[in-house]
Design a protein around this ligand. Structure first.
Ligand SMILES: Nc1ncnc2c1ncn2[C@@H]1O[C@H](COP(=O)(O)OP(=O)(O)OP(=O)(O)O)[C@@H](O)[C@H]1O
Ligand SMILES: Nc1nc2c(c(=O)[nH]1)N=C(CO)CN2
Length: 226
C-alpha cells in the first residue's frame, strides 16, 4: 500500500483519536535521523504464508499457527511469548512501548525490527534507537514517508505487521494471538477497533477471509471515506 491509499484511513484515525499530525511527523523525522535505509527485500515473503502474531492472552493456544507458518511477523510482546516457546520471529513490529529490550536483543541477533515512530513515542525513539543494531532496523511511520522511514499502512503493532506482510508479497496471512473481545482497557479497545477496521480493509483488498474478524468485521468506515 502506498501513502496515497493509506492517507484517508490515517486522516480518519487522526480525527478519531485527536492525534496531532505534526507530532507524528516530528517523530518520523527524529527516527529518520537515527536509522539507515533498510533493504525491505530482506523480508520478501512472495508465495509464503505469514503468521501475523498479536499479543492477546490466547496466543499461548495459537502457537501451532505460528509454528506452522513459513514466516512469523510478531507484534510487540507477542515476540516474547514466541521466543519463550522457541518459535523464531522473522520481524518484530513495535512502537517500542512495551518490550524495547526484546527489540534490542533481536537486532543484535540479526533479526529485523520494524520500529515505528508516532507523536506519543518520540522519547522512546530517542532513547532506544541508538541501542539497536542499526543494520537490522526498518523505520516506519503512519505519516507521509520520508527517505529511510517507510509507511506500508496500519496503525496498531499487530495490524501494521499484517500490512507489512502484504507489502512483502505474502501469499496468505494467518492470525495467532488475536482476540477483539479481550481488550484489557477502554483505550486498548478503541485501538483494537481500528485494528479490526484496518484488517477488514486488508481482507477485502486481498480477497481473503480472516476468521479472527468474525463478529468484528467493519468496512462501513471505508464507505464513509467515499
Ligand atoms: N486482545 C488483544 N490484546 C492486545 N493486543 C491484541 C489483542 N488482540 C490482538 N492484538 C494485537 O496485538 C498487538 C500487540 O499487543 P500488545 O498488547 O503487546 O501491544 P501494544 O504494544 O500495547 O500495542 P499497540 O502499541 O499497537 O497498542 C496489538 O498491537 C494488537 O494489534
Ligand atoms: N500519535 C499516536 N500514534 C499512535 C499511537 C499513539 O498512542 N499515538 N499508538 C499506536 C499503537 O498503540 C499507533 N499510533
Amino acid at each position: 500500500m502506498n501513502f496515497a491509499e493509506w492517507a484517508p484511513a490515517y486522516e480518519a484515525i487522526l480525527a478519531d483519536f485527536e492525534y496531532d499530525r505534526t507530532g507524528d511527523e516530528a517523530a518520523r523525522d527524529e527516527l529518520a535521523r537515527l536509522v539507515s535505509d533498510f533493504d525491505v527485500s530482506r523480508l520478501d515473503a512472495t508465495g509464503e504464508t505469514v503468521a501475523v502474531v498479536g499479543a492477546a492472552p490466547r496466543l499461548v493456544d495459537d502457537l501451532d499457527v505460528a509454528a506452522d507458518a513459513d514466516r512469523v511477523f510478531a507484534a510487540s510482546t507477542a515476540a516474547d511469548v514466541l521466543r519463550e516457546h522457541s518459535i523464531d520471529v522473522d520481524v518484530h513490529v513495535t512502537d517500542l512501548d512495551k518490550n524495547p529490550e526484546t527489540s534490542r536483543a533481536l537486532t543484535r541477533e540479526g533479526t529485523p525490527v520494524a520500529a515505528h515512530a508516532h507523536g506519543d513515542n518520540r522519547g522512546l525513539v530517542a532513547e532506544w534507537l541508538p541501542e539497536f543494531d542499526d543494520a537490522h532496523v526498518l523505520g516506519t511511520t503512519q505519516a507521509r514517508p520520508v527517505d529511510g522511514v517507510h509507511d506500508f499502512g496500519g496503525f496498531t503493532d499487530g495490524d501494521r505487521a499484517a500490512f507489512l506482510a502484504d507489502h512483502v508479497g505474502a501469499a496468505s496471512l494467518v492470525f495467532a494471538g488475536w482476540d477483539f473481545a479481550d481488550a484489557p482497557s477502554e483505550a486498548k479497545r478503541h485501538k483494537l477497533q481500528w485494528a479490526a477496521r484496518l484488517l477488514s480493509w486488508l481482507e477485502r483488498r486481498r480477497g481473503e477471509t480472516y476468521g479472527v474478524l468474525d463478529g468484528y468485521r467493519d468496512t462501513a468506515w471505508l464507505d464513509a471515506l467515499g
